[in-house]
Design a binder for this molecule. Structure first.
Ligand SMILES: [Fe+2]
Length: 343
């Protein structure tokens, strides 16, 4: 068995304990950055192919979205290739399941433990996109809030705001159904109730449990309904400027909601009504801004150096499936005007 973990000592502890309890030979792989790149998948594939000589029966990923995403892609690809690049650029598709994967998330936010995609950056081009395949879905996901107890406050805020964004975008998605909307609503309510508490006191078990459950509801929703313009834009902006994914989503969320409502996305009013703001989108946006201030998240991306020279890249790489599911269509001019205001 190969355990893939983050850098936290806690993950190592969990990995060791798991290996002992399962009574099997365990190899560790830890070298993954918070914003994972294609090269990290290639490194893990090389590791797995070396270890496969002594038969890897299972890959267990213990960590945040980056760890799970890298493990997902590498476990699927290791039996067929030593490079993920062709799959990242869509030149090849994953045709069968690879090494069985178990995912244990240590953050409450990304939903990577149950989704079919692995979000990666290709360093040379700075392109951030997904390898997607149903064959990459983990065979089992263990969502235990106890694994999130030691998560630092800033990571709690970033991953939690990613989950909130995913919930809101899943609810408002063009591909949403009544079922996915009810899943998203469950998640949004829990996250809005518990995220400030989990941020203020990481040892608040009720809040950690609420965040874990909320994040899972949201993942069950967006894995079927897709997302929206926050995720469409956060990928190129984040990879270009080196902004962590959850942080980038948190910054963009209130701005994108304002843009969408200006362009007539009435579904946001339905959402505001359903979560107790009596249909007042302005109150929902104000609440999100209050969260961001409380978590020390900046109001826009200007501190990270966004300028007009970046606009062409963002425009070229924002037209993902997330963007296609935004509740209103955004023209190139809409996006350029939006970016102008973010600087
Ligand atoms: Fe996200």
């Amino acid at each position: 068995m190969v355990l893939v973990g983050g850098h936290s000592a806690r993950s190592r502890e969990v990995c060791t304990e798991l290996g002992e309890k399962l009574g099997c030979e365990v190899e560790f792989f830890h070298a993954i950055d918070p914003e994972p790149e294609v090269r990290h998948v290639n490194d893990l594939i090389a590791f797995l192919r070396r270890e496969t000589k002594s038969q890897v029966d299972c890959v267990v990923a213990v960590g945040g979205g980056s760890v799970i995403d890298v493990a997902k892609a590498a476990a699927a690809l290791a039996p067929v290739t030593d490079k993920a690049d062709d799959f990242f650029f869509g030149r090849r598709a994953i045709e069968r399941r690879g090494i069985p994967l178990v995912a244990l998330p240590t953050t409450a936010g990304t939903g990577a433990e149950i989704t079919k995609n692995s979000v990666l950056i290709e360093r040379a081009s700075k392109i951030k996109q997904s390898i997607r395949s149903i064959h990459m879905i983990a065979g089992a996901a263990v969502c235990d809030a106890e694994l999130t107890y030691c998560m630092p406050a800033h990571l709690t805020a970033h991953s939690g705001m990613d989950a909130l964004t995913q919930g809101i975008e899943a609810f408002c998605s063009r591909s949403a159904t009544d079922t996915t909307r009810s899943f998203a609503l469950n998640g949004i309510r829990l996250i809005m109730q518990y995220l400030p508490r989990a941020f203020a006191d990481g040892a608040d078990r009720e809040a950690r449990n609420g965040m874990c459950e909320g994040s899972l509801w949201v993942a069950l929703s967006f894995s079927q309904s897709s997302l929206g313009a926050v995720h469409g834009l956060a990928h190129p902006i984040g990879s270009l400027l080196g902004i962590a994914h959850g942080l980038c989503c948190a910054i963009l969320l209130p701005h994108v909601l304002e843009l969408n409502i200006r362009l007539g996305a009435q579904i946001i009013e339905t959402l505001a009504e359903a979560i107790g703001f009596h249909g007042k989108v302005s109150d929902l946006i104000r609440e999100i801004r209050t969260f961001n201030r409380q978590f020390g998240i900046p109001e826009n991306v200007a501190p990270f150096g966004l300028n007009r020279e970046h606009f062409e890249f963002v425009l070229k790489h924002c037209r993902s499936s997330s963007m296609r599911n935004n509740p209103v269509e955004l023209s190139d001019d809409d996006i350029l005007n939006f970016l102008e205001k973010l600087c």
